[in-house]
Write a protein that binds this ligand. Structure first.
Ligand SMILES: Nc1nc2c(c(=O)[nH]1)N[C@H]1C(S)=C(S)[C@@H](COP(=O)(O)O)O[C@H]1N2
Ligand SMILES: [Mo]
Length: 220
């Protein structure tokens, strides 16, 4: 190894270590400078578009359920009162939709995925989650992305219950991935040992969907 190669090697190692410290490989999330707030190919909107498969299920709170199934120590089937009795948190984040709009500064309240994970305790074999919603929609996520620090099972947006059109009474928000991963009308979280495609992922969208890497569509 020449002196130059050695110094390059050291620089790479240092960068990798810094990224690891920033939680890059733990949470899929890394802090970015303010001037890089808008991911490539996105434009900013002030309104909040509605996007879904066209069915907007009306779920009365009396029949609403959240089931946590699969590879966890503690499976759960929560009704609305039990869900609202979990520790409540909030999260401020930007939305990035694969159709190229982004919306800054959304304040969400609900149950942070971290707090749910503390409760259910995923088994060591669990690597992914499959989310299922009341409209039949499904989407898949690596467990590390589901567990990212700002990810939240949201019941409120800007201090008000989330409207039915935007996924109320409860939707997931995983802000560091494209918004199709943020299941509206969520009713089941299934912990799995492998990655299986959800609805859009079977229809050509990327398995992970990182807006900073422009992971919009699958390679083939
Ligand atoms: N249950 C369900 N969740 C869903 C969808 C859907 O069709 N059904 N569409 C996804 C897509 S493609 C996007 S862009 C966002 C849109 O959320 P919004 O309508 O609140 O903007 O919801 C995501 N979550
Ligand atoms: Mo979307």
């Amino acid at each position: 190894m020449t002196e130059d190669e050695r110094s390059t090697e050291t620089k790479l190692t240092t960068t990798k270590r810094r990224w690891a410290a920033a939680g890059k490989f733990l949470t899929g999330h890394v802090a970015r400078p303010e001037d890089e707030r808008l991911p490539p190919g996105q434009h900013l909107v002030k309104d909040w578009p509605v996007l879904d498969l066209g069915q907007q299920p009306a779920i009365g709170l009396e029949r609403w359920r959240l089931d946590v199934t699969g590879l966890v120590e503690q499976r759960l089937s929560l009704d609305w009162a039990a869900f609202k009795a979990l520790p409540q948190g909030d999260s401020l984040s930007d939305i990035h939709c694969v159709t190229t709009w982004s919306r800054y500064d959304n304040r969400w309240q609900g149950v942070l995925t971290h707090d749910l994970l503390d409760l259910v305790m995923p088994k060591p074999e669990a690597t992914h989650v499959m989310l299922t919603s009341y409209d039949g929609y499904m989407t898949n996520l690596p467990l590390a992305d589901f567990a990212s620090e700002p990810a939240i099972l949201a019941t409120d947006w800007e201090g008000q219950p989330i409207s039915r059109t935007h996924g109320g009474p409860m939707r997931l928000v995983v802000p560091h991935l494209y918004f199709w991963k943020s299941a509206k009308w969520l009713t089941r979280i299934d912990f799995r040992a492998s990655d299986e495609a959800g609805f859009w992922e079977r229809n050509g969208y990327h398995m992970r969907g990182d807006p900073w890497l422009e992971e919009r569509y699958s390679a083939d």
